[in-house]
Design a binder for this molecule. Structure first.
Ligand code: ADP
Ligand code: ASP
Ligand code: MG
Length: 820
């Protein structure tokens, strides 16, 4: 025999009630015995009744309108689901009940007071109305339904709004009632009960689940089925963690911890009666009835994950009592908690520092002021004598609980938990581990809740799909190529590398688009142009911070001078950065160092492999040598693809100007080729390498031996520059000739040695590694303590959108593995 309970959403409307009816009819057709059906009020009605009560108490006549709305909802169900000729009788019953409610509220508005006792009576109308109407609907479908007001079954004490059930009397009343009803199916109002004096009480919000469990236990049911609006108990609240998934089996203890810490899908007291009688509770979905849902019982199946679920209470306050007088004084905590118990203040979590210098505990915010008053009165003497310094209250906090029987057997869960929160910049304010060892709870700031829940869910349940949230600024050639590459590799990364890349923001110089749900990589350009708003970097960064998504990565694919000003605040907000933009690393040394420090302090990444040599593994190699303790003696490099191309192409019979023109036409140079020929870009790159090698250098420490004659530099325009270049052809030919005479080649080389950086045009012989460089390639040679005899050389294409994007992409992916 089963007891079924349907929640507020399941009975919200005629359409939903049809589903409830068909579930009940199905059971009967299958020959299942149904002991009772417990129903909630239609969703939203209990909240409205509370509001109505408060409005009446303040003599606000608008409450009548709300009552009409509630009546209307029930009438609509009658109209849709009950044959016309049977409707009038049901309308009359509903009208009668609503009249009773109105009389009561008239009284409330006269005395201008709403006690907890009266409010319980007001709230009882929600369940009474829904059961009245639905029992009639069932009757009209041939089910021998019988309306049952639970006030005749559930006996409680007089603690209004949160009454305690008196078990013996209740069980007796249930047995008595069921012995009189024959084969009828009682449709029982959830949530409500009554005292021995026949005063109406309620069992606490969400209490209809509890009613079902009490009935199931009293009737020795085989199952207690809680029908709701989700596929069973999930690994987290699906409204907060979209990736949450169903838990097929779970123990009473685990379900208890999860619901105590906010998993609203089952009301915590519900578990006790079922547990005592060892009756399994099933959580099922009215809107997906064939889903197996969750079975809560003594044992659970083996699972693939070390924890079972994560839950949260969104809003709590933390009360902290501290003082030297608390050390070693047994009894302070005894006194504290017995006082709280006396005033029926429920404590959600307790955490004591090992020094015993302070105790803190979490309570609901509505109790905060009362608790402070109570404790200040209770500990007045201790405060007076300075044994207790103060009682402080911290607000706007949330609790997250990780729960699972598997935690008893495995170590490292706390470590994993703290590390993921740390990497995402979530500060832990208090920690508590239940003595049962199946729960570790942390208190954090409320504004980090969503990020923390999703990041934790990611590491504990989705090792097969870690998520990186990307924000791309600069959708030019490199940015676009990067997104193309990511799109092409998306499936591979997801299936082979367990990495899901989600583009959350993108902007070019004109427009920006941010969507926390993700921007499809196949049509981001259309969306950016149709939905994008005018680009504003501060607004972009504000939004990014506002979303507060876990594992966020900011990618700067521009050469902009201002964007790097945002790097430090971003790193401080625990956002990693990947960029080919050299500006941040090649300015004042102090700025470079500050960013380095921020990354270490925040445990995030700042990656810029593409600052030098595009996708070539130069910076990674250098950093690897540094961390393994090697020391740099000399760095020699050709770091400009443009200049490399120019000097590889310059040959007798062709003018130097012609070669530069050709390079410009091929897109190898900046619009003004002097930017390349001036050596500035090379200077930035070698400066970055020297800094990475541990040297504290400023841009002014770089000496550039100028390649261009003065008149070329001074030319007022680009055409004028080319003219000057032609005019100076003899100068360049001469350089070339001299090199050829020595069987050498012209190379534009940057050298770092003995703390000095020099950039100059040199000629090198065939024994030199730079002699045989071709095309637009870069080459870097590291001479270190360990690579002294023969330097370590890296060579290859060092420019171009495709290889630069590849380098950025590799940096992004490496953040994914670091965050795992
Ligand atoms: P009912 O009205 O059926 O009693 P509730 O709204 O009380 O339904 O509870 C169901 C809701 O509980 C779900 O819609 C879901 O948002 C929330 N919830 C919170 N935590 C969990 C969880 N771990 N698993 C499933 N649902 C959860
Ligand atoms: N109707 C009550 C509430 O909203 C009880 C329940 O639905 O379980 O809290
Ligand atoms: Mg509920």
């Amino acid at each position: 025999m089963n007891v079924l309970k349907f929640g507020g959403t399941s009975v919200k409307s005629a359409e939903n009630i049809k589903k409830v009816i068909s579930i009940i009819l199905n059971h009967r057709q299958n020959g299942d015995v149904l002991g009772a059906v417990v129903l909630s009020a239609m969703s939203g009605v209990t909240n409205q009744l509370i509001e109505i009560g408060r409005m009446a108490a303040t003599n606000n006549p608008d409450y009548l309108e709300l009552i009409r709305g509630i009546e209307e909802r029930h009438f609509n169900v009658i109209k849709s689901l009950i044959p016309i000729k049977e409707q009038s009788k049901v309308f009359a019953t509903v009208r009668g009940t609503v009249n009773e409610l109105e009389d009561l509220l008239r009284g409330v508005s006269l005395i201008r007071e709403l006690s907890d006792r009266t409010l319980d009576l007001v709230m009882s109308f929600g369940e009474r109305l829904s059961c009245l109407v639905i029992s009639e609907c069932l009757k009209s479908k041939g089910v021998p339904a019988r309306f049952c007001d639970a006030r005749q079954l559930i006996r409680t004490d007089a603690q209004f709004s949160m009454a305690e059930v008196e078990e013996t009397a209740t069980n007796q009343q249930i047995k008595d009632y069921f012995s009189t009803i024959g084969a009828d199916l009682p449709i029982v109002t959830g949530f409500i009960g009554s005292t021995a004096q026949n005063e109406t009480t309620t069992l606490g919000r969400g209490g209809s689940d509890y009613t079902a469990s009490i009935l199931g236990a009293a009737l020795n049911a085989d199952f207690i089925d809680i029908w709701t609006d989700v596929d069973g108990m999930m690994t987290a609240d699906p409204r907060k963690v979209p990736n949450a998934f169903n838990i097929p089996t779970i123990t009473y203890a685990e379900a208890m911890e999860l619901s105590h810490f906010g998993a609203k899908v089952i009301y915590p007291p519900t578990l006790q009666p079922a547990f005592a009688k060892n009756i399994p509770i099933r959580i099922l979905n009215t809107f997906n009835a064939s889903h197996e849902g969750t079975v809560i019982s003594r044992t659970a199946d083996r699972r693939d994950f070390t924890i079972t679920g994560i839950s949260s209470i969104d809003d709590i306050v933390l009360v902290n009592i501290q003082g030297s007088g608390m050390i070693g004084v047994a009894g302070v905590s005894a006194k504290l908690f017995s006082t709280l118990a006396h005033y029926k203040i429920s404590v959600i979590l307790i955490s004591q520092a090992s020094s015993e210098h302070s105790i803190c505990f979490a309570i609901e915010p509505r109790n905060a002021d009362r608790v402070r008053e109570i404790l200040e009165a209770e500990f007045a003497t201790e405060i007076l004598h300075g044994h207790i310094d103060n009682i402080s209250i911290e607000r706007d906090l949330s609790i997250i609980a990780t729960v699972g029987e598997g935690m008893k057997k495995s170590s490292g869960i706390a470590g994993k938990l703290f590390s993921v929160l740390g990497k995402n910049g979530v500060n832990i304010i208090a920690i508590a581990q239940g003595s049962s060892e199946i729960n570790i709870s942390v208190v954090i700031n409320k504004n980090n809740l969503s990020k923390a829940l999703n990041a934790m869910h990611n590491v504990f349940f989705q090792s097969e799909a870690r998520i990186l949230n990307l924000y791309l600024v600069g959708a030019g050639l490199i940015g676009r190529t990067l997104l193309q590459q990511i799109q092409a590799q998306y499936e591979y990364l997801r299936t082979e590398k367990s990495l899901r890349i989600c583009l959350v923001g993108v902007s070019n110089t004109k427009k920006m688009l941010l969507d926390p749900k993700g921007i499809d990589l196949t049509n981001w350009q259309e969306r950016l142009s149709s939905e994008g708003v005018t680009t504003s970097l501060p607004a972009f960064v504000d939004k990014l911070k506002d979303y507060n998504l876990p594992n966020s990565v900011f990618i700067d694919c521009t050469a902009d001078k201002d964007i790097p000003l945002f790097y430090e605040p971003l790193l401080n907000a625990n956002v990693s950065i990947v960029t080919p933009n050299k500006v941040a690393n090649s300015g004042p040394y102090a700025d470079y160092k500050r960013l380095q420090r921020a990354t270490v302090r925040r445990g995030v990444k700042f990656l810029y492999e593409t600052n030098v040599g595009a996708g070539l593994p130069i910076i990674n190699t250098l950093q690897g040598l540094m961390t393994s303790g090697d020391r740099f003696l000399k760095i020699e490099a050709i770091l400009s693809g443009t200049l490399s191309y120019i000097f590889n192409t310059f040959r007798p019979g062709v003018s130097f100007a012609e070669v530069v023109r050709e390079a410009k036409a091929k897109g190898f140079t900046e619009p003004d080729p002097r930017e390349d020929l001036s050596g500035m870009d090379v200077a930035r790159k070698i400066l970055i390498l020297a800094r990475e090698a541990g040297f504290e250098l400023e841009p002014s420490d770089v000496t550039i031996n100028n390649l261009l004659p003065e008149s070329c530099i001074a030319a007022p325009s680009i055409p004028a520059f080319f003219e000057e270049l032609e005019r100076n052809n003899a100068f360049f030919e001469n350089l070339l000739q001299e090199a050829e005479n020595r069987n050498e080649k012209l190379r534009y080389v940057a050298t770092f040695e003995n703390g000095k950086v020099t950039i100059e045009l040199r000629s090198v012989g065939f024994e030199h590694p730079f002699y045989s460089l071709s095309g637009a390639d870069n080459i870097i040679s590291f001479t270190t303590e360990r690579y002294k005899e023969r330097p370590l050389v890296i060579k290859g294409p060092g420019a171009g959108a495709e290889v630069t994007a590849t380098g950025v992409f590799a940096d992004v992916v490496s953040i994914g593995s670091y965050l795992a």
